[in-house]
Ligand binder design. Structure first.
Ligand SMILES: *[C@@H]1O[C@H](CO)[C@@H](O)[C@H](O)[C@H]1NC(C)=O
Ligand SMILES: *[C@@H]1O[C@H](CO)[C@@H](O)[C@H](O)[C@H]1NC(C)=O
Ligand SMILES: *[C@@H]1O[C@H](CO)[C@@H](O)[C@H](O)[C@H]1NC(C)=O
Length: 407
């Protein structure tokens, strides 16, 4: 039987950006053999994790079961005020999205309203229904008033006549702000990644939109370049890094690398957060990457980095797997350095960071000015204390240490 993985839903993207077409038979078979993953039972579940309720798969995606080796899941976290990103993200990604939403106390109700709006009213709702799994979480101490079983919650009618409930929210009025709750970013990251039905994931931030056609191109690349060469399989773990850019608020997000390069030339695009934290995002050979002439539409590795020596504060976003080190759930957004423990573990484990040439992420339009992420010094102080006194010791016990790896 000849099986062609060429789903209808990706036709729009493929005509827009003629990258790799369908995944051929051989690639699928190779991936299946190489990845050797267990399919997950896709169903809603409720559990208590640390001090939190976790409602996994509260809303399930229409795609149902998918082969764990043959797709890539975008895993991410948010509160409901970020849900305007879901459709623009899916329009480009067109593959499974696993989204953990923090919804304590009375933030729960507008969260449900926002999800219903996306599922019922948004012009892009077909994509949301098909591709997005929603998970909700909140502290045991900050329960919502009512949590309906998913089936009942989803039966409710959204108010499609009104504005989207996630727009123009006054953040200081949110339950989270009124109760001075920190945003448990890493718990959200872990929930979303744990719930992924696929072995390969892109653990990212919801405002980062990938270049279109990435998933089929990546699977094709894996089949040909990574696992396609017998006897040359990598001996240390590796992930594939996507470079990140920002564009001006009044321009559209570039679809291809040549488009991006034009915008970088005109100043409509810039590398991500260069003003805020150059060391976190630059990584090796950024200028060379930007200036490289694109000769093929296929994906390839541009260069390889390690998170040590000159790049020991690099926080790359990468295509990896559900088996990569988890994020430390004690670290919060407000305390900053939230990805540092994962990065340290990956340094000790000698992960190779292979930077892809023809794929990238672009932040939701609008160039961030320094200081947008308000420094809350007491929190930063607390985080630093926690890392220095406790976490570092635990990490050394768990992963060992290695020259050049710092936190
Ligand atoms: C496609 O894969 C199947 C196994 O899944 C195999 O039996 C068949 O020969 C393959 N066809 C081609 C054209 O490679
Ligand atoms: C990944 O899964 C989605 C949802 O089923 C599907 O639309 C897409 O085509 C799949 N991608 C590949 C490469 O098979
Ligand atoms: C976008 O705004 C900038 C100023 O902020 C302006 O220089 C540029 O011409 C505008 N571009 C477009 C396409 O409107």
């Amino acid at each position: 039987m000849f099986r062609l993985f060429c789903p209808l839903i990706s036709l729009v993207v493929l005509t827009l950006v003629p990258m790799v077409s369908c995944l051929e038979n051989g690639t699928m078979a190779k991936l299946k053999k190489f990845v050797n993953c267990e399919p997950k039972n896709y169903k809603p579940s409720t559990s208590i994790h640390r001090d939190y309720w976790v409602l996994e798969n509260y809303v399930m995606a229409g795609h149902g079961d998918i082969p764990c080796y043959a797709n890539v899941t975008y895993t991410t976290h948010a509160d409901y005020t970020y849900l305007d990103n879901v459709v623009p993200l899916l329009e480009r990604w067109r593959s499974p999205l696993s989204l953990a939403i923090y919804a304590p106390g009375t933030d729960f109700e507008p969260t449900i309203q926002s999800i219903l709006y996306l599922l019922q009213c948004h012009p892009g709702n077909v994509l949301v229904r098909e591709l997005c799994s929603f998970h909700l979480y909140f502290e045991v101490e900050h329960l919502p008033q009512v949590v309906l079983p998913p089936k009942m919650a989803l039966r409710k009618q959204a108010n499609c006549g009104g504005p989207p409930p996630y727009e123009n929210v006054v953040k200081t009025d949110m339950y989270r702000a009124r109760n001075s709750l920190d945003y448990p970013v890493n718990l959200g990251r872990n929930i979303a990644r744990r719930a992924s039905l696929t072995h390969y994931v892109l653990a990212s931030d919801i405002e980062l939109y990938p270049s279109p056609g990435l998933v089929p191109a990546y699977l094709h690349f894996l089949g040909h370049r990574v696992i396609g060469i017998p006897g040359q399989q990598p001996d240390s773990p590796l992930v594939h890094v996507l470079r990140i850019f920002e564009v001006m608020a009044n321009v559209s997000v570039p679809n291809t690398k040549p488009e991006l390069q034009e915008m970088l030339k005109s100043g409509e695009a810039v590398p991500f957060h260069m003003e805020i934290c150059e060391a976190c995002h630059k990584g090796p050979k950024l200028e060379e990457w930007i200036n490289a002439i694109v000769v093929s539409k296929d994906l390839n590795v541009f260069n390889v980095g390690h998170r040590s020596e000159d790049y020991n504060h690099w926080e790359p976003i990468f295509l990896g797997t559900v088996d990569d080190p988890a994020y430390d759930e004690r670290l919060t957004w407000e305390g900053q350095r939230d990805k540092m423990t994962q990065a340290y573990a990956m340094c000790v484990l000698d992960y190779q960071f292979h930077i892809l040439d023809n794929a990238f992420l672009v932040h939701k339009p609008g160039i961030k000015q320094p200081g947008k992420r308000k420094a809350i010094f007491s929190q930063i102080h607390k985080t630093n204390g926690l890392i220095n006194r406790k976490i570092l010791k635990e990490l050394r016990m768990k992963y060992g240490s290695r020259k050049g790896c710092v936190i």
